[in-house]
Write a protein that binds this ligand. Structure first.
Ligand SMILES: Nc1ncnc2c1ncn2[C@@H]1O[C@H](COP(=O)(O)OP(=O)(O)O)[C@@H](O)[C@H]1O
Ligand SMILES: [Mg+2]
Length: 235
């Protein structure tokens, strides 16, 4: 029989994310800060996982590694079975652009730039032409109820609206994984609940969600919780 190579999404027995013995040590002058000390994490396709821990426990460090924004000092990281631990910056950028949509606490939108242009930006890194970029950016904004805010700049939008623009931007490349670091951290209760409802909707459609938070209430809304303390997984 001829072996047929399987597309990653067909590898149902493979975690989307697999960290093994991941450490990350920051070197600041004479000081070495061990932010992660041997972390194992599996996230399966379609899961909604919350990573929870106090400030300084290593959550953002973990998110940067999961998001291919940073590399482990030691240990391995596989995405859909592919070992990306030793990828160079270009390799990481490529897998990031194909696989992951980011949502940050402070939205990270480009200032003095319209919602439409903000959402279109990730497509630039995939080499999509300007006209098609702007065309494709419309749908996720409309879907998130911002169809009448396409030309608004971040300063003209509320915090909740800015975070919805950021979610639209995370969705425009149709990534398998949405990685959200404290996405409700700067929002009032109602806007925060709205953002959580959107994440659940995306998860119901089959998208994998990894949510990072220090709030037990927010984490409780996920399917599964991973607790981080002092750079280690404690449960
Ligand atoms: N760039 C850095 N340089 C040195 N130390 C850092 C750096 N980033 C984070 N740390 C340290 O690593 C630990 C974990 O930080 P972080 O991952 O930001 O935790 P959290 O997101 O849970 O608050 C903390 O002790 C923090 O001070
Ligand atoms: Mg953090």
């Amino acid at each position: 029989m001829t072996a047929v190579p399987l597309a990653p999404e067909l590898l149902v027995g493979t975690p989307l994310i697999e960290l093994r013995g991941v450490t990350r040590v920051y070197s600041t002058g004479r000081l070495e800060v061990p932010a992660l000390r041997g972390v194992d994490v599996d996230v399966w396709p379609g899961e909604f996982v919350a990573i929870i821990g106090h400030s300084g426990s290593g959550k953002t460090t973990l998110m940067n590694i999961i998001g291919c924004l940073d590399r482990p000092t030691d240990g391995t990281y596989r995405i859909a079975g592919e070992d990306v631990s030793s990828f160079d910056d270009d390799g990481l950028a490529r897998i990031r652009s194909r696989t992951i949509g980011f949502v940050f606490q402070n939205y990270n939108l480009l200032p003095r730039t319209s919602a439409l242009e903000n959402v279109a930006t990730p497509l630039l890194y995939q080499g999509v032409g300007r006209r098609e970029r702007l065309e494709r950016a419309k749908a996720p904004l409309e879907r998130l109820g911002l169809g009448d805010r396409l030309t608004h700049e971040p300063s003209e939008l509320s915090g909740g609206q800015q975070q919805r623009v950021a979610i639209a931007r995370a969705l425009v490349t149709e990534p398998a994984l949405i990685l959200a670091d404290e996405p409700t951290g700067n929002l009032d209760t109602a806007s925060g609940e709205e953002v959580m409802a959107i994440l659940h909707e995306l998860n119901d459609e089959g998208r994998t969600i990894v949510l990072i938070t220090h709030e037990a209430e927010v984490a409780a809304k996920a399917q599964r919780q991973i607790h981080v303390r002092d750079g280690m997984i404690v449960s």
